[in-house]
Ligand binder design. Structure first.
Ligand code: PLP
Length: 588
């Protein structure tokens, strides 16, 4: 349908780079065989004449490869727009494969000398991406956004308990006498770590022990609440369940962002009631619609609570999808942000991405907008001392090597793949975390999503079963994701059947691409569930409906953007007008 932008072409498999990459893969494997042989110095015994095991292994690999080719999700297809995952740049796949052969486990440097070194460099890369001080901040890879979010909330929860433990520790009572009860419930995270670090190691250990035993005896209300936009990722419900925290959803406004006026009311009420606020989560790229919460407003709220009531809270950004879009705001020199407002980004989105530098922790997934192979999530921490609140030391690993402390004692997960670290490290170096590198690639997706939004809303009406219909794109995309729906032109907004009808049409569109009758270039989409009033643009009731969700993570040529989106629309109209099959919507 269209050729990727020539500048990026060599990142992905292409006939022009096949020979070079096949030869690189061959070299990686020969190096590995050489390394392996160099370690097998004891005599192997008589040569084996039975090669049946080898033949079986080759046959299995060949079957596997055939099966993968036949039934894999078609990421390389330009019309594949369904999910936030896709085609991995070939150098990253090879970096993963190369490291995988040596099977490094980044739980400790003892089992991953090389890839632990690389992870320290990645930690600096990710801290710099968000303008965290690399001497104070810290980052590591994890399996994904779930693990990153869990770990951040584990830190926030334990930090919340420390002031109570301090108040009860005999050695700290004089110091804690000046602390008002209100502050005890909602002490600023920075102050908590400061207090903790001022203690002698033995007292600190006993306070930490006390802080960790508190949560098991308290009710989830006493342990406190996490505030997050109502359209949160399901990872948040699992997280609250696991950590025994209360989850407080905050309504989403017509821009699909958290309604911070409502958040303010909820926080002030909690402070008034003396309920601990464990954290406020700023979604930076919601998984359903790619919307970016107003982080400045959340920071201002924390400031207001601190000034008026001496009450503070932890701020975490769930930037699993959106974190790398900060590359659009960074200059090539890697220094502080350049003046660019990101051009493709709406001013309020650029402002929110800039404000990330003031939050406490950030989840960002290299396996989403970082183009890395799975599993690659990351947690980025402004102050590495926060991780002391979740540290558990191992009896069998050394903890530090050289100047830098190890990872294993401070991470939620144990064994972590060094191969994933190698792939992300390679991508960061290959692309560059700035406006001319990964930023340019991501900016093309934002540009395309915004062109698609405009084209959908301007598209001509078209008939389905004799009734005129139109496309409605719900909102100008914040990032490279958008939601749209198909509506009858004369729809009656108060009609209760609308929600079901919209859902049915969405399912019909989603079913087109994988269908046996699909024409070439038919786009692949996924679904999202939103309030009907977000589709109809006016208050109806609280009913929700299924809309069509699409993500632009591919390398697109901007000069072909309009032709590309018009062709997508044309394909959809053509097939919706001709296909007769009825799709039953899933029950809501
Ligand atoms: C994808 C996503 C997650 C979960 O991340 P995984 O990598 O699937 O574990 C959490 N939050 C947001 C906003 C996401 O987009």
């Amino acid at each position: 349908m269209h050729e990727p932008l020539s500048r990026w072409r060599h990142l992905w498999p292409h006939r022009d780079n096949a020979t070079a990459m096949e030869s690189a893969a061959h070299d990686i494997l020969s190096d590995y065989y050489r390394w392996h042989a160099s370690l097998q110095t004891t005599s192997p015994g008589p040569a084996s004449t039975d090669s049946s095991l080898l033949q079986r292994a080759i046959a299995l690999l060949s079957d596997l490869s055939a099966r993968l080719q036949r039934d894999s999700t078609p990421w390389p297809d330009p019309a594949y727009l369904a999910h936030m995952n896709g085609d991995v740049p070939i150098a990253a796949s090879l970096a993963f494969f190369a490291a995988l052969l040596y099977n490094p486990n980044n739980v400790t440097a003892e089992t991953s000398l090389v890839t632990t070194e690389l992870e320290h460099e990645l930690s600096d890369d990710l801290c710099s991406l968000f303008d965290f001080d690399t001497r104070q901040g810290w980052a590591h890879l994890c399996s994904g956004g779930h693990a990153g979010n869990y770990e951040a909330m584990w830190m926030a929860r334990n930090l919340k308990q420390i002031p109570f433990a301090l108040a009860e520790a005999p050695a700290c009572q004089t110091a804690m006498q000046q602390v008002a009860t209100l502050e005890l419930h909602n002490m600023a995270p920075a102050k908590v770590v400061q207090l903790l670090c001022s203690l002698e190691p033995a007292i600190r250990d006993s306070v930490m022990h006390e802080a960790r035993t508190l949560p098991t005896t308290a009710s989830s209300r006493e342990r406190g609440a996490v505030y997050v936009a109502a359209h949160r990722h399901p990872a948040w419900d699992k997280c609250a369940d696991l950590l025994g925290l209360q989850l407080v959803p905050v309504v989403v406004d017509s821009t699909r962002r958290m309604d911070t006026a409502r958040l303010r009311e909820q926080l002030l009420r909690a402070i008034g009631d003396g309920s601990p606020i464990v954290a406020v989560v700023a979604t930076t790229g919601s998984s359903g619609e790619g919307s970016v919460d107003d982080i400045d407003a959340i920071l201002a709220l924390r400031q207001e609570c601190q000034t008026r009531f001496g009450a503070s809270f932890f701020i975490h950004a769930d930037a699993a999808y959106g974190g790398y879009y900060r590359c659009l705001l960074r200059s090539q020199s890697g220094g502080p942000e350049c003046d660019s407002n990101g051009n493709e980004l709406a001013p309020e989105v650029a402002k929110a991405l800039r404000a990330l530098t003031h939050v406490d922790t950030i989840t960002v997934d290299p396996h989403k907008s970082g183009y890395a192979p799975y599993p690659a999530g990351a947690l980025v921490v402004r102050d590495r001392r926060y991780a002391d609140a979740i540290a558990w030391r191992s009896r069998y690993f050394s903890e530090t090597r050289g100047e830098r402390r190890g990872f294993g004692a401070y991470t939620l997960e144990g064994a972590r793949p060094g191969a994933a670290v190698a792939a992300v490290w390679t991508l960061h170096r290959l692309l560059g975390l700035h406006r001319q590198g990964l930023g340019a690639l991501l900016a093309d997706g934002v540009y395309l999503a915004r062109r698609f939004h405009l084209a959908l809303n301007e598209a001509a009406t078209f008939p389905i079963e004799g009734v005129l219909h139109r496309f409605v794109s719900l909102a100008m995309p914040d990032l490279a994701m958008l939601n749209f729906a198909v509506l009858p032109v004369d729809e009656n907004a108060t009609d209760a059947t609308n929600a079901a009808r919209i859902s049915e049409l969405s399912e019909r569109v989603i079913a087109l691409a994988p269908g046996p009758e699909a024409l070439p270039d038919t786009p692949w989409f996924s679904r999202n569930r939103v309030p009907v009033m977000h589709v109809l643009g006016q208050p109806v009731d609280s009913r929700t409906t299924t809309v069509i969700r699409c993500c632009f993570l591919k390398p697109y040529a901007r000069d072909q953007a309009d032709a590309f989106v018009l062709r997508l629309i044309d394909r959809l109209q053509q097939q919706l007008a001709t296909r007769r099959d009825k799709i039953t919507p899933p029950s809501s």
